[in-house]
Design a protein around this ligand. Structure first.
Ligand SMILES: Cc1cc2nc3c(=O)[nH]c(=O)nc-3n(C[C@H](O)[C@H](O)[C@H](O)COP(=O)(O)OP(=O)(O)OC[C@H]3O[C@@H](n4cnc5c(N)ncnc54)[C@H](O)[C@@H]3O)c2cc1C
Length: 383
């Protein structure tokens, strides 16, 4: 059976997220973009509203919501409020996912519980990318060397969301002497041990409220108890995690696209030129129709991938399709919205200019559009 009605629980989650975005994110979106910052209290408020770690198991402080469609609804609403602030709020989940998937009971109890505590909100980061290893994660050079009951990590990570400001960082390394993917191993870095520091803080085109920086690891000691999974197990597991996280990235793109479409529809209904409102011109109304069609197509792809993930089914192709299509649709829709607003759309004081800049990253992080197409084409020849 196929149905598109949201359940009562899904509608409730969606409304909670929308109300939060309208009250806490949208009003400060332009200011936080300009200043490249976000209010520290935002994470606490997000936890209190139950919007950050609602998908964690209850024993670790979450609400145990396993329905991925609900996860997408929350992200769409928060990104509708402000993509940069939404990413600042949700970035810790990028690190929580490997802990959920690969962590021991002790690691989950220690790290996930603190990530859900609204009283003392903790930030986390996930560090995979390196200066010479972006799309090709198999070429990471950060090494781990076993020495007694600990590991010594050395290397450099780049473009890391929450990098250097996080209290917990999941770092992907290769075991010293290993080749290709076989030695890839993940570690949890607790706090800021000696030798672990923040490098350059990046100045970004969009999602400027979120923090992005380099990480430097110089003989960082990590106890064996903080290795995630076994030595060499991190690559396969992380690829499975990316299948899921791409659905969430697609959901953020939906929020941006919807925000831009809403602004364009409202503006075209109010602005008059040549004696009638802009939406009465076919050149503009067809643009709005195309924007709405692409948004719906992106959402349907995203919900399908989310549904498959909830069923525990393989969705490598579907999540790559959703991420690629939603990212490209969002950027195109924002650009069309800017065109509908004419000169006003180009000005910083209107949200569309910012949404255009924010939307651009979605074709790059969590796997570029080219890599998504590579995944889809490989899946077409699978079996
Ligand atoms: C704002 C921001 C936040 C980020 N946050 C994180 C984070 O928290 N943690 C983390 O680990 N990483 C993070 N990243 C890194 C991000 O995932 C990488 O930038 C991304 O994977 C692309 O890698 P790259 O930038 O090195 O580009 P490259 O891999 O060098 O690619 C450059 C171009 O070549 C294309 N290309 C590469 N290989 C192929 C191929 N086989 N076929 C066709 N085209 C190809 C790419 O599609 C792209 O267009 C972040 C990046 C940004 C910009």
């Amino acid at each position: 059976m196929l149905g598109f009605d949201l359940t009562e629980e899904q509608r409730m989650i969606q409304k909670t997220a929308h109300d939060f975005a309208a009250k806490e994110l949208r009003p400060i979106a332009l200011e936080c973009d300009r200043d490249e910052t976000y209010p520290v209290d935002l994470i606490r408020k997000g936890h209190e509203a139950g919007l950050i770690s609602f998908h964690f198991p209850e024993e670790y402080g979450g609400a145990g919501v396993s329905d991925r469609v609900s996860w997408t609804l929350v992200r769409e609403e928060l990104a509708w409020g402000c993509p940069g602030l939404c990413i600042a709020m949700m970035a810790s989940n990028l690190a929580a996912v490997p802990i959920l998937h690969m962590g021991s009971q002790e690691q989950k109890a220690k790290y996930l519980t603190c990530l859900t505590d609204p009283q003392k909100p903790v930030l986390a980061a996930m560090a995979m990318t390196e200066p010479d290893a972006g799309s090709d994660v198999s070429s990471i050079r950060t090494t781990a060397r076993k020495q007694g009951g600990r590991y010594i990590l050395n290397g450099r990570k780049t473009f890391i969301t929450n990098g250097g400001i996080a209290d917990v960082t999941v770092v992907y390394c290769r075991m010293e002497g290993s080749k290709g993917l076989e030695g890839m191993t993940a570690f949890i870095i607790d706090g800021k041990p000696q030798g672990f520091s923040m490098g350059k803080k990046e100045e970004k085109m969009g999602i400027r409220a979120s923090h992005t920086s380099e990480l430097i690891l110089e003989d960082v000691e990590v106890p064996e108890a903080d290795r995630l999974g076994g030595e060499g197990e991190a690559f396969l597991l992380s690829m499975r995690m990316f299948d899921e996280s791409r659905i969430m990235v697609a959901s953020l793109a939906l929020g941006i696209a919807r925000a831009a479409l809403e602004i364009a529809v409202e503006y075209a209904g109010q602005r008059s030129q040549f004696g009638k409102s802009l939406n009465k011109f076919e050149g503009i109304s067809f643009k709005l129709s195309d924007m709405a069609m692409r948004l719906d197509a992106a959402r349907l792809l995203t919900w399908r991938a989310a549904w498959l993930a909830t069923q525990g089914k393989r969705m490598t192709k579907e999540s790559a399709m959703a991420k690629c299509y939603a990212a490209e649709a969002a950027h195109w829709i924002c650009d069309q919205a800017l065109q509908v607003l004419g000169g006003y759309g180009y000005m910083r004081e209107y949200l569309v200019e910012k949404l255009c800049r924010d939307s651009r990253i979605f074709r790059i992080f969590e796997g570029t559009s080219e890599i998504m197409r590579l995944i889809v084409s490989r899946e077409l020849y699978r079996n």
